[in-house]
Write a protein that binds this ligand. Structure first.
Ligand code: URA
Length: 190
């Protein structure tokens, strides 16, 4: 039986409390097969938060988000955006690696959502960059986002969906498209 989690209660516990809750979470079956849960990296008062999909093999082994090949592409993107280390944080939609890197299921996304929402609330970024469609699923129930078209939510943060760094591996034309999406949104974080 899944725990009913209150985002407010999680937020009250702060970053360490959320981390502990994630570590102890057994709300979906993914906890049974992970080596490490993967929680976050980067600044605790960022301008920008990047939200990925789910940990992959390297992340599961190390507990660090985006530490493999997709992470290298993310680093290149961050540099292109002109962000420095204190400007951004990186989290994932779900914190446990799905077997064989399959896409997260709806019930897995829903089980992890209170953690994601609490992380976002504590990090309080100006801009939430959704890396692909899985991250979007956790933020937009009804009206989907268009690639590179920002949307202000709750009068606070702006949501922006761009391509997942894994979709840019060896894809020159995609990288150019991505850079154009970034260029047209620089005012959001600069
Ligand atoms: N892909 C993701 O979405 N997240 C990671 O942490 C690594 C690869």
């Amino acid at each position: 039986m899944a725990t009913v989690r209150s985002v407010n209660e999680l937020v009250k516990q702060g970053f360490e409390g959320i981390e502990k809750e994630i570590m102890e979470c057994t709300d979906c079956k993914l906890h049974e097969t992970v080596t490490n849960k993967v929680i976050s990296k980067g600044s605790r008062s960022p301008k920008v938060v990047f939200v990925g999909e789910a940990p992959g093999k390297n992340e599961d082994e190390t507990g660090i988000p985006f530490c493999g090949r997709a992470g290298k592409n993310l680093d290149v993107m961050v540099a292109y955006m002109g962000l420095s280390e204190n400007d951004y944080a990186v989290i994932n939609t779900i914190k446990c690696r799905p077997p064989n890197n399959r896409s997260p299921l709806k019930n897995e996304i829903n089980a992890c959502k209170p953690f994601l929402q609490a992380q976002i609330e504590l990090l309080a970024p100006k801009v939430i960059i959704l890396l692909g469609n899985t991250a979007e699923k956790a933020f937009c129930d009804a009206e989907k986002l268009e690639w590179g078209v920002p949307r202000i939510v709750d009068g606070k943060s702006t949501l922006l969906k761009i391509y997942h760094p894994a979709a840019l591996i060896y894809q020159r034309s995609r990288i150019e498209e991505q850079n154009a999406l970034i260029d047209s949104n620089r005012h959001l974080w600069e």
